[in-house]
Every structure is written in structure tokens, then in C-alpha cells.
Ligand binder design. Structure first.
Ligand SMILES: [Zn+2]
Length: 353
């Protein structure tokens, strides 16, 4: 609920009160709603079914994350997980467009997927202009949970240092200008109980890829980073490559197929995920270096509309769908597959790491 009464209503009430209008009482029963943004098309059923699927995954995952932090005795991170759990619970339909509030958390699959689409729209046109781009993976040896925070901090610092060195060298006319995008990711190895932070990059040329890998190995020394674990590959399909680079933080939640690599379904380790989110919390996960994006004018479209023109849908966990308050009808008709059901009910591990 908005804390402030929309301005037009305040003004109208003031005018009516001054005029001593007789139907003032009935006017006060008239309500308005504030709808923000352009909304999403109500008739795009495919998109809405996808969102319903993310919602059920999100709720299951975030409940597991809440249990995980409670088990750890670190409940201070609980609120964020609850916010993601409640994301998109109420949707408002106005003129065939659905408006709602987003929690904007990294661990919210709905918000992550929207962020991902935004990055693709912003970056793909620029990245496609690069003539011979390269995809790079940078890693260090895996680390135990207790060192993860420190290592991820060091990881980011190391990369910034390398970019600084390369930039300076380029300014002196002795090397390539580092241009690219970077995405930080961290995997958990349930067998070894270790974590593997790594960078995915798309850089403008093979020379940039080589320079970065060379500096990375020099900086970490063979004790912490080995040559064969750093990788560079020519980018053939930029769109696919960009999706690969930015899929972090959505892949665990939104794509159940990722949970079952090979034939054995993977478990989702909530306590480990919480460790990863905690370690990544102070850092930007996705960034660019050496180039700017074309400026886009930000428009914040806020409308105040009569309540009678709106239809609210409330999420009902029992049916995995949003239900119209007016008609009682479902919004999407989505039904999770038996496989997803099973994955979500039997594969959440909230034990301590
Ligand atoms: Zn959200």
C-alpha cells in the first residue's frame, strides 16, 4: 500500500470540502490506485506462465534459504529472502497491462530474469559490433566456506588491479586497451564441500583475452591459479554467449533442467547458496570495462487511476497462480510438471555446511 494519498485525490477532497458538497461521504469511498511503469501485457500467456513457474521456484527456494539462515543462527539475512518470497504477490491489471512491485533481489528469480532481459537489450547491440570477440573464464583454486568472503573480495580486487595495469600500459602505447564485460559467479561442489568463484568475460579481441589471462596467472601465482583452468574461446554466437555470461543467479532457480545434469537430479544446497549470496553481497556481479553504453532516457511513468478501472490478482500458493479478486478466475492457468514438483519438494537441502 502506498503511504501517501495520491495528489489528485487530496486536491479533489480539498475542493469538495470547501464547496460543502453533499455527497462528500460517498466520494471518500471512491478510491484511486497508483500504477507505476508501463506494465506487462496481460495477453502474453507464455510470459505469464514462465513467471508463474519462477514464482513457485522462488517461493520454495527462498523458504529453504530462510530455514538455512535460521539453522545457522544468522537470521539477519532472513528479511531479504522473505521479500523475494513475497515478490509479485499482488498484480494490478489496468487496461490490459499488469503492474506490480518488484523486490529487486539477486535471489529473486523473477527480478533476476527481468534484469537479464534488460542487460541483453542494452548490451547485445554494442557487443555485436565487436569484430572478433572472445569468451574468457578466470578461476582460482576452490576454497572452503569459511574463506569464501575473503576470496571473493580478493578476486574482485585482483581484476580491478589487472584492468588498471593494462590501461596504463595501453596509455603508454605498449599494449591493447582492455574492453569487455565481466560477470562474477560462484559454484558449490557438494562432493568436496568447496566453492569455486570464477569470472566470465566477453572481451573485444583475442589480444585482450590473452593479456588478461597472462596478468591473472602472474598475479595469483601457480599456488592459487593454474594455467589449464583459465580458458579463452572465440565467440561464434554473441547472443548465446551473453546469455551464458549473465545467467548467474537465475540458473539455480529458474531452470530446473540445470538441476539435473546427466541423469541424476542435483540437489539445491540452500546453506551453500546463502554462503554464496552473503559473500557476493557487497559486490557488483555484472559490469563493463573500457566502453560506455549509448545513453537511454529513463522514463518513470506514474499514473493515478480510479480503482474501478483496475482488477487485482492475488497469488495463491495452493494453485501456483494469481487469482482475480473480482472474478475468482486464474491469471495464467499454469500447472507445474510432476518433475518440477518432485524437484522442488524432495531436493532442497537446508542442512548446515
Ligand atoms: Zn523480485
Amino acid at each position: 500500500m502506498d503511504k501517501q494519498t495520491p495528489k489528485p485525490l487530496q486536491e479533489a477532497v480539498h475542493t469538495l470540502a470547501q464547496n460543502g458538497t453533499t455527497d462528500f461521504k460517498s466520494f471518500l469511498q471512491f478510491e484511486e490506485k497508483t500504477v507505476i511503469g508501463n506494465g506487462s501485457d496481460l495477453s502474453d500467456l507464455k510470459m505469464w506462465k514462465g513467471r508463474a513457474k519462477r514464482k513457485i521456484i522462488s517461493q520454495t527456494m527462498n523458504l529453504s534459504l530462510v530455514t538455512a539462515v535460521e539453522n545457522k543462527g544468522e537470521p539477519e539475512r532472513k528479511q531479504g529472502y522473505w521479500n523475494a518470497y513475497h515478490c509479485q504477490e499482488r498484480l494490478t491489471n489496468h487496461n490490459g497491462r499488469i503492474h506490480s512491485k518488484y523486490c529487486k533481489n539477486r535471489f529473486c528469480p523473477i527480478c533476476s530474469s527481468i534484469r537479464k532481459a534488460k542487460i541483453i537489450n542494452q548490451y547485445l547491440p554494442v557487443l555485436k559490433t565487436w569484430e572478433a570477440p572472445y569468451f574468457v573464464t578466470l578461476t582460482v583454486r576452490s576454497v572452503p566456506a569459511k574463506n569464501l568472503k575473503k576470496w571473493i573480495g580478493g578476486f574482485k580486487e585482483a581484476f580491478t588491479k589487472i584492468l588498471g595495469r593494462l590501461k596504463k600500459r595501453h596509455q603508454r602505447g605498449k599494449g591493447v586497451r582492455p574492453v569487455g564485460i565481466q560477470s562474477l559467479e560462484c559454484n558449490f561442489n557438494p562432493g568436496k564441500r568447496t566453492y569455486n568463484p570464477h569470472f566470465h568475460l566477453i572481451v573485444q579481441s583475442e589480444a585482450v583475452a590473452e593479456a588478461i589471462i597472462k596478468e591473472w596467472l602472474l598475479l595469483w601465482t601457480p599456488k592459487h591459479a593454474i594455467k589449464k583452468c583459465q580458458d579463452k574461446q572465440s565467440v561464434r554466437n554473441m547472443e548465446e554467449c551473453l546469455i551464458e555470461v549473465i545467467k548467474y543467479s537465475t540458473k539455480i532457480f529458474t531452470d530446473p533442467d540445470v538441476m539435473k545434469k546427466g541423469k541424476v537430479p542435483q540437489k539445491v544446497y540452500a546453506a551453500a547458496l546463502d554462503n554464496i549470496f552473503q559473500a557476493l553481497e557487497p559486490h557488483r556481479i555484472f559490469d563493463r570495462f573500457g566502453f560506455n553504453l549509448p545513453k537511454v532516457e529513463k522514463q518513470c511513468n506514474i499514473q493515478t487511476v480510479p480503482d474501478t478501472q483496475c482488477e487485482d490478482f492475488i497469488y495463491a500458493v495452493e494453485v501456483y497462480d494469481w487469482i482475480s479478486e473480482k472474478t475468482g478466475e486464474r491469471l495464467t492457468g499454469y500447472a507445474p510438471t510432476a518433475e518440477l514438483h518432485w524437484l522442488l519438494s524432495d531436493n532442497m537441502d537446508t542442512d548446515l555446511e
